[in-house]
Design a protein around this ligand. Structure first.
Ligand code: SIN
Length: 278
């Protein structure tokens, strides 16, 4: 580490890195935040430990990466059984401009459990066959909040919507393969929570291919898992990773402060230039 430049230690083969040697209660020169931004684009999600920040310090850190879109607390009490974000998803792709990134600050953690998993959609795209890449590159998909997800830790899950509800659900059309605005890399940009069907296809027609892509994206090699302690931070690039909060800490409290950063409309990746091979 040179003065004010953090050490970046990879924690997974494809996704995730720990940023070491910073005390975010301090303010750093622009070069420090530029290095963090580069690490985020390269590794998809970054982690910091032992950062005990108040609300003002959390906001000041977040604002170094762009305007704040939403600020909220995620609090699961010992008597609550549901969890927010307990299946693979990307935050709010049901919006025209999904958040660019999310920063989660741990305030109170269960004695065990309550980890968060992250899956990298740059390596997931790269591992697809050339033929499937070519097909997906020209496609768009509907992203809708058909399950009406919110920030509720209520006791019961909402019922699974019908196929007709999936077909009728409205939401923006996003490219199925996007181009990451900073790295330029192609990203598999569908997710199990919000992507309901392909443009011009019914839900039934879409399901086979969507299920394949959802299983593919969640493969163990694309995933890294983070165990929280008070003072831990995870900052994920919502343009290139899925995440999932594991709901295995019943009877214990978990309190997180979350900041979502303003994003922009996802842009499609360029088509492949080499001729197709058999
Ligand atoms: C989320 O989906 O943003 C929540 C993640 C978590 O609580 O670990």
């Amino acid at each position: 580490m040179t003065a004010d430049l953090p050490e970046v230690r990879r924690v997974g083969g494809y996704v995730g890195a720990e940023i070491c040697g910073l005390d975010l209660a301090r303010d750093y020169p622009d070069a420090t935040y530029a290095a963090i931004r580069r690490a985020l684009a390269e590794h998809g999600v970054i982690f910091l430990r032992d950062q005990f920040l108040d609300e003002e310090q959390r906001e000041r850190f977040a604002l170094r990466f762009g305007p704040i879109r939403v600020k909220q607390q995620l609090r699961k009490e010992p008597d609550q059984t549901r969890n927010v974000g307990e299946s693979w998803h990307v935050d709010m792709t049901c919006l025209d401009e999904p958040p660019m990134g999310t920063i989660l600050f741990a305030e109170e953690c269960p004695a065990y459990g309550g980890d968060t998993m992250f899956a990298g959609m740059v390596p997931a795209y790269a591992a697809l066959s050339e033929g499937l890449k070519r097909t997906l590159l020209g496609m768009r998909a509907v992203h809708a909040n058909v399950r009406k997800l919110g920030l509720s830790y209520e006791q019961t899950s909402p019922p699974e919507p019908s196929v007709a509800e999936y077909d009728a659900a409205e939401g923006p059309l996003h490219p199925v393969i996007t181009r990451h605005p900073e790295s330029g890399k192609p990203v598999l940009y569908v997710n199990p929570e919000y992507t309901t069907r392909f443009e011009g296809w019914t839900r039934r027609e879409s399901l086979g291919l969507l299920r394949y892509l959802f299983d593919h994206g969640g493969k163990a090699e694309f995933v890294t898992r983070f165990s929280w302690q008070p003072g831990s931070i995870a900052f994920w690039d919502n343009r290139q990773v899925w995440h999932m909060a594991i709901n295995d800490y019943h009877g214990m409290r978990r309190v997180m402060n979350r900041i979502l950063l303003q994003g922009s409309p996802p842009v499609p990746a360029e088509p492949l230039t080499q001729p197709a091979s058999a």
